[in-house]
Design a protein around this ligand. Structure first.
Ligand code: UGA
Length: 434
């Protein structure tokens, strides 16, 4: 059992802390927001993530998990300090390291036992772990040996706990073999393959992985756009491609493009990182451009169908950037709704859990429905923006019953063309014949 501090109780920090507590370590999570800490102490999670609340409660009860906003209560006794604070996007697309620097300074100011390993979980530009080391050194009161190890995170929102316990790999970037071994030992109960490398490679593995997955998505979306014109069906094309194990079927689902707090931010940051060493990453620039245009492709189908969208009663089903999360950051639904409003459409939206976040973005510019049926009632058109289970499984007869005349623009290909035809629905989707 090791004593661990996790700095930052955002997505990555909270999941990391809770999962390390679950495998028996004594974990203290620190956050600068006192109200967040108060809630967490009472077992209330600030984020929606399946299974998380149970794990928090369980580990609070067992005494493995603590929350505080006072770094001095945790850092001086810790053998490991995880940095899991945010690296938001700056105006120019690069990563803002303000919180990382603050965390490093806080660590330096409170470090007291010898050979603490600082583990960087936050997604940081290549070379940042070296800077963290310098920032900590600059804030130390005495000469205290410590080491900084890169340990990027690969979990997905909505399946974060499962992803942590059943990860494909744990990447540890360190030139110091002993530190790398200590971090590996911390994770040992999870029984996950470890890949050791240097810090720069570990930092780049994180960006390259997200950029590659984003590339797969933009690629398949372009093939989808082509399929529509050539009479092919994107589901079959993607499946047929994926049967080649060198390609694989994962992340080849065509739709409205990728959203969320990671792919958009990390692809932009990697373009900036490349620019910093005089390399123009044109492939990734195209991936980003394709992604920005993808929601508009569906919108254009509505314009073509109706001519004008002025005054059209529009139902948006799903707001979150993907199912099983209330996160709306960079969600395709935002682009869709903004353009629909600009075109004069009257928008009302339904999402099982993300409406609160939507309200902060749209205020009273749109209406919020408490159920799918309410949202569809007397609508002229419906857009499917997020493939929540209840949306995916909704019988087409409900659209028939609720809408004036059912016209569906399905950004997630939830229905078969045959089914839509059987229900006499004007049905438009992605990468298939209309
Ligand atoms: C992503 C990565 O998958 C994680 O490995 C990584 O740790 C995380 O970013 C991060 O850097 O923190 P996440 O953003 O939670 O995880 O979501 P994903 O499940 O990867 O989906 C991202 C977006 O791509 C969603 O909008 C989703 O709808 C879209 N997507 C995904 C597609 O359009 N098609 C696909 O085939 C797969």
């Amino acid at each position: 059992m090791s004593r661990v501090t996790v700095m930052g109780t955002g997505y990555v920090g909270l999941i990391t802390g809770v999962c390390l507590a679950e495998i028996g370590h004594s974990v203290t999570c620190i956050d600068i927001a006192p109200e967040k800490i108060e809630q967490l102490r009472r077992g209330i999670s600030p984020i929606f993530e399946p299974g998380l609340t149970d794990l928090i409660e369980e580990n609070l009860r067992s005494g493995n998990l603590w929350f505080t906003n006072k770094p001095e209560e945790a850092i001086p006794q810790s053998e490991f300090i995880f940095i899991a604070v945010g690296t938001p996007q700056r105006e120019d697309g690069s990563a803002d390291l303000t919180y990382i620097q603050q965390a490093a300074k806080t660590i330096g100011a409170h470090l007291s036992i010898l050979n603490t390993v600082i583990v960087t979980k936050s997604t940081v530009p290549v070379g940042t772990n070296g800077k963290i080391e310098e920032w900590i050194k600059d804030s130390l009161h005495a000469t205290i040996p410590f080491d900084v190890v890169s340990n990027p995170e690969f979990l997905r929102e909505g399946s974060a706990i499962q992803d942590t316990f059943q990860a494909d790999r744990i990447v540890i970037g360190s030139e110091n073999e002993e530190s790398a071994q200590r971090v590996a030992a911390l994770y040992e109960p999870m029984n996950i393959p470890i890949f050791n490398t240097n810090r720069e490679s570990a930092e780049l593995i994180k960006y390259a992985s997200n950029a590659f997955l984003a590339t797969k998505i933009s690629f398949i979306n372009e093939i989808a756009n082509l399929s529509e014109k050539l009479g092919a069906d994107i589901s079959d094309v993607a499946y047929g491609m994926g049967l080649d194990h060198r390609i694989g079927t994962a992340f080849l689902k065509a739709g409205l493009g990728y959203g969320g707090s990671c792919f958009p931010k990390d692809t932009n940051a990697l373009v900036q990182i490349a620019g910093g060493v005089d390399h123009r990453f044109e492939l990734l620039e195209s991936v980003i451009k394709v992604n920005q245009q993808q929601p508009l492709k569906l919108l254009n189908k509505a314009v073509q169908h109706f001519g004008s969208l002025q005054g059209k009663e529009t139902a948006i089903l799903g707001l979150a950037f993907k199912p099983n999360t209330d996160d709306m950051r960079e969600a395709a639904s935002i682009t869709l709704i903004e353009h629909l409003l600009a075109a004069g459409a009257k928008v009302r939206a339904y999402d099982p859990i993300a409406a609160g976040h939507a309200q902060k973005i749209f205020g009273d510019r749109i209406e919020y429905s408490g159920s799918i049926e309410e949202c569809l009632h007397q609508a002229d058109m419906a857009f499917i923006a997020t493939e929540w289970e209840e949306i995916k499984l909704l019988p087409l007869s409900i659209y028939q019953k609720q809408m004036k005349h059912p016209v569906i623009f399905d950004g997630r290909n939830c229905y078969s063309l045959a089914e839509a035809e059987r229900h006499q629905i004007d049905y438009y989707s992605i990468g298939r014949k209309t």
